[in-house]
Design a protein around this ligand. Structure first.
Ligand SMILES: [Zn+2]
Length: 339
């Protein structure tokens, strides 16, 4: 016999179910509180470890790089952030044969490292935030610490991930998924990001943007009087939306001088083609490269953590975070409207 539920009970059930629904609807309009968890102090603590002599300059495939990788993974585990769905651990292994295919540099097997926060509403759409964690190793007995290149981007990813996870624990998790991708082999020719783009864990068609961070802890000769600036490269090359999102995030939250000098396709430095976002951009994925420019210690043993301007590093990491936040939570993914 079918059970008859009294009308009054039915009404109560419906009302309570409506209230529950309302309670779980996420309002992710304000990232300010979480942005503030990205601090100069925490970045400094991480960077003094990632760029320490003990990591031996993080040459691709070296023991020092693997030690740095273990440190990164330990931070994700500590923060309760897992490796991506569909992966069996934090590593995307890349065989030496692949790393040496274009030019045999005798590199050993190496790994990209990935961490993941699943989206609550559109989990199949993914924002990638990338930074390379390799550098150039030890030369003539000198450790090349690579604090700015790209220790700065590496530790920014840790802090950005922690900010998203904190938001998630308070009911403000991202609506789209976020993949934190520490790529290897950048210094030898963007190998790790190219490997990911050829062996993506999530379909590239659902990868809505790559935000790439490479060198954000220093200032260059064009900005001697203030570190309150950052170069944005590539945001408008494929998507008017992405460019607008970057501008709006800075205007609303970080208030830096955005410098578009290197975004000029005619610029002789061609930075657009020189870091890992390019392997996403060439596949039609809107990409933005966040960068402080080069300086006297670029690719020298003197690129050390004591020379980093941690206030600037924090602000640039916060900008990356607020851009990612908007991308993850806005109604529509950025439209690709340019070639
Ligand atoms: Zn670099």
């Amino acid at each position: 016999m079918k059970k008859i539920i009294p009308l009054s009970l039915l009404l109560t059930l419906c009302i309570s179910c409506a209230t529950t629904k309302e309670a779980v609807a996420q309002d992710n309009s304000d990232p300010t509180k979480y942005m503030a968890t990205i601090t100069a102090n925490e970045l400094k603590t991480h960077l003094y470890i990632v760029a320490s002599d003990g990591m031996e300059g993080r040459e691709t495939g070296s023991a020092g790089q693997k030690r740095a990788g273990e440190y990164l993974i330990n931070q994700y585990v500590k923060n309760g952030i897992s490796f991506p769905k569909g992966a069996t651990n934090f590593y995307q292994s890349i065989p030496a044969a692949y790393l040496n295919a274009k030019r045999d540099e005798g590199l050993s097997d190496s790994e990209n490292i990935w961490a993941f926060i699943e989206g609550s509403e559109k989990p199949e759409e993914v924002v990638v935030i990338s930074a390379h964690y390799d550098h150039v190793g030890v030369k003539n007995g000198d450790v090349y610490n690579g604090a700015d290149d790209d220790g700065s981007g590496t530790v920014a990813l840790l802090e950005i991930a922690q900010a998203f996870e904190t938001a998630k624990k308070e009911g403000h998790g991202p609506k789209r998924s976020i993949l934190f991708l520490h790529v290897t082999g950048e210094e030898h020719g963007l190998h790790g990001s190219r490997y990911y783009s050829e062996n993506p864990l999530f379909p590239l068609a659902n990868t809505i943007t790559d935000i790439n961070i490479d060198m954000i802890g220093r200032r260059d000769d064009f900005h001697p009087d203030s570190n309150n600036y950052v170069y944005l490269i590539g945001a408008d090359r494929l998507s008017t939306d992405l460019n607008k999102i970057c501008l709006a995030a800075n205007e609303k939250y970080t208030h830096m001088n955005l410098d578009f000098k290197y975004n000029d396709p005619m610029d002789p430095q061609h930075f657009y083609e020189r870091s890992d976002h390019y392997n996403f951009a060439k596949n039609g994925i809107p990409s933005v490269f966040i960068f402080n420019g080069v300086h006297a210690d670029y690719h020298k043993k003197t690129d050390t953590p004591d020379k980093i301007e941690y206030d600037a590093l924090a602000k640039r990491a916060q900008l990356a975070f607020t851009i990612a936040w908007e991308l993850a939570n806005r109604e529509n993914r950025p439209v690709v409207d340019k070639k």
